[in-house]
Structures are given as C-alpha cells and as structure tokens.
Design a protein. Sequence first.
Length: 260
Amino acid sequence: MLPMTKTVLITGATAGIGFATTQAFLKKGYKVWAVGRRTEKLETLKKQYGSQLVVGKVDVTQDKSVDQFFAKNSPQNLDILINNAGLALGTDLAQDAKLSDFQKMIDTNIMGLLRVTHAVLPFMAKKPGSHIVNIGSVAGVWSYPGGNTYSGTKAFVKLFSQGLRLDLLGKKVKVTNMQPGMVETEFSVVRTGSKKLADKIYQGMEPLTADDIAESILWCVERPNRVNVSEITIFPTDQAGVGPHYVSRGPVKNEGKKKS
Ligand code: NDP
Ligand code: 8X3
C-alpha cells in the first residue's frame, strides 16, 4: 500500500523559515499549502511541484483573507499546521517604542496565529495523528532590552501551546512549540528596516539558517504517533543557551589558558 500523503499548511511561507520549511516538506512528498502576503517566490516552486503545492495569498491579520483561503481549501483535509508567520518591529526600549509596532506584532504573532488555529482546530481535534507546530522563540523564554512586546508575543505562543496540549489531551493530537535563537532570514531586516543594521546583528558570529529550523520541524513532525516533541529550543553554537544576549563574536576562543 502507498503511504498516505499528508497535507501541511505553512503560514509565512514566502520567506525565511517558512520558505525553507515549504521546500523541506515538498521534498519529502507532503502536500503543502504555502501561504503569505507576497507569493512570487512560491509561484516559482509551483512550476516545479505542480498540484503538490497550493499557494495562497493570505494575510493572517485579516479575517476575510483567512476565511477566503479556507473556503477554497477545506481545513478538513489538513493534517499538519505550521504557525510560522510572525515578525518583530523595532528594537527600542518599551518607553521609546511605537504603540503601532506593538499593535502589529500582537495582531500578527498572537491574533494571526489564533485566527488560523481557530479555523482548523475543530477538525484537527477530531483527527488523531494531526499536529500543530507553533513557531515561538527563545525570546518567549528570556526577554532582553528592546525585546519587550516581541518577547511577550512569543511567551504567549509558549503558553498557548501548553494550553492546547491540555485541551487536546486524549485526542492524539500533537502540539509543538519550536523556539529558535538567532536565525539569519529577513527577520532582522523587517525588524530594523535596514539590511545594514540587520547585518550588524549577525556580525562576527555564525547564526542558524532557515534550513536548520526547517529540518528540525520536519524531524518533530516525523516522530512516531506516540512521541510529541512538546518544546524544542535551538540556539546557534555562538549564542549561549541561556538567553538571547550571550553571543560570541570574533575568532574561535579555543586556545585555553597557557601554562606558565
Ligand atoms: P522572515 O521575515 O524571513 O519571514 C517571516 C514570514 O512571515 C514571511 O514569509 C512573511 O510573509 C510572513 N508574515 C509576516 N506578516 C504576515 C502576515 N500578516 N500574514 C501572513 N504572513 C505574514 O522571518 P523568519 O523566517 O525568521 O520568521 C518566521 C518565524 O520565526 C516568525 O514567527 C519569527 O518570529 C520566528 N523566529 C525567528 C527567529 C529569527 O532569528 N529569525 C528566531 C526565533 C523565532 P509576507 O511578508 O509575504 O506576508
Ligand atoms: C528571534 C530571536 O533573539 O532575535 O525570535 O529575539 S531574538
């Protein structure tokens, strides 16, 4: 018998981690629904993968946009949801930051995730073996100066994932909170509004790649039914795993102390 093809919805699939995850799942033969606001890059994949890939122009902050997508693509057919769409805006201290940036981060990282999850959850709850992967962040575990609201939204993702696991207990539905450290994507360009400032964030250190996270998401999803990777925290080796702000930059520090 041929293995059943599972269908995965990936939000924020147009760049960074979402785009890499889309490619990883397509290569493994999954049917992928890849959505985001800018779909040009996904259209190039469509040429290669045909009907294995459904591309959707979806803004997760808009009810109408999400509803229209699900009117065409029934959430009943979904096995895996990867809530990846998200952003940080600004690095200012809370007292200097813009309220409109706070609002946008909450609308996208919290309400966007809830809007999509709410649309599919009634169906997933009735489907043993289904899986929701939320992309949280180490920023949701440890904050840092300028992390304020972004960290708060990712702390929400962590606790909401925990709540989902409780509410879905006994239904054989998995929920994973993936918490990456520094990954070089468009994230810091969006956050700072400048490629130059974004480059500075990764200067002298080796960040994670979007493929590193995509590979780990796939690994979480492909565990046997009895295994739920509830949380996974992945740092670059150059970022100490005790909070976002301990970063090693510059040459490798492996000489050790010289004996006198
Ligand atoms: P990118 O900026 O490269 O990608 C973000 C994706 O989110 C884009 O595809 C963007 O698509 C999408 N997106 C943003 N707003 C919306 C919206 N309103 N509706 C639909 N899609 C939206 O960043 P990353 O790949 O790094 O980020 C992916 C996730 O990973 C985010 O949740 C982020 O918080 C998280 N993360 C990132 C880390 C990092 O260091 N990079 C570390 C930890 C977590 P489009 O603009 O086309 O809509
Ligand atoms: C992004 C990780 O450390 O830049 O979620 O906030 S960090």
